[in-house]
Design a protein around this ligand. Structure first.
Ligand code: CMX
Ligand code: CO
Length: 146
């Protein structure tokens, strides 16, 4: 079951400058940052609020680390902006399989490693009314062992 907005992913050209904007304008602080080589991004997670499922909602700021990464390609075409939304669940495996069964393309056979050791997968934007949609199980909140 999808129980929260886990994060909104925003693509930017310069992560440090964009973090400064979020801090100066809204007072949001960086909760976590990392490079995810597989996804081709350097990212900062700004924690906005806790959620009633025990998780939290974040803004995920994304800067590409490779010219051939999906975010670099997207920035080239669209410029900066909202890149994807992510729903949180305690069981990304079960939920992505169920959604696949409803005819939506799930991009990965098995969920991969996401921010803060979460497990993530993506739904194709063309099957989701133009919205690239991520499903996330936060580390430590999974209902199925892996
Ligand atoms: N939101 C909405 N539509 C998008 C999109 C996005 N972020 N990215 C691509 N599209 C659309 C394009 O506009 C294009 O539509 P048209 O054919 O009508 O022009 C179509 O999808 C194909 O676009 P493309 O540029 O050819 O892109 P690809 O097919 O190479 O890649 C996708 C699209 C979704 C498969 C790829 O972005 C992907 O694998 N995403 C998942 C991984 C990811 O985004 N990682 C970065 C974030 C990591 C994290 O959140 O932790
Ligand atoms: Co994301």
């Amino acid at each position: 079951m999808l129980t929260r907005i886990d994060h909104i992913g925003i693509a930017c050209f310069d992560l440090d400058k964009t973090v400064d904007f979020y801090r100066a304008t809204y007072g949001f602080e960086v909760f976590h940052s990392e490079v995810n080589e597989e996804q081709g991004v350097r990212e900062a997670m700004l924690r906005i609020n806790g959620t009633d499922d025990g998780g939290a909602s974040y803004i995920q700021l994304l800067e590409p680390v490779r010219e051939d990464s999906t975010v670099a390609k997207w920035l080239e075409r669209h410029g900066e902006g909202v890149h994807h939304i992510a729903f949180g669940t305690a069981d990304v495996d079960a939920d992505s399989e169920e959604i696949r069964g409803r005819g939506v393309r799930v991009l990965y056979d098995e969920p991969r490693r996401g921010s803060m050791d979460s497990r993530i997968t993506f739904l194709h934007p063309k099957d989701c009314h133009g919205v690239l949609t991520e499903l996330v199980t936060a580390a430590g909140s999974s209902t199925t062992p892996h």
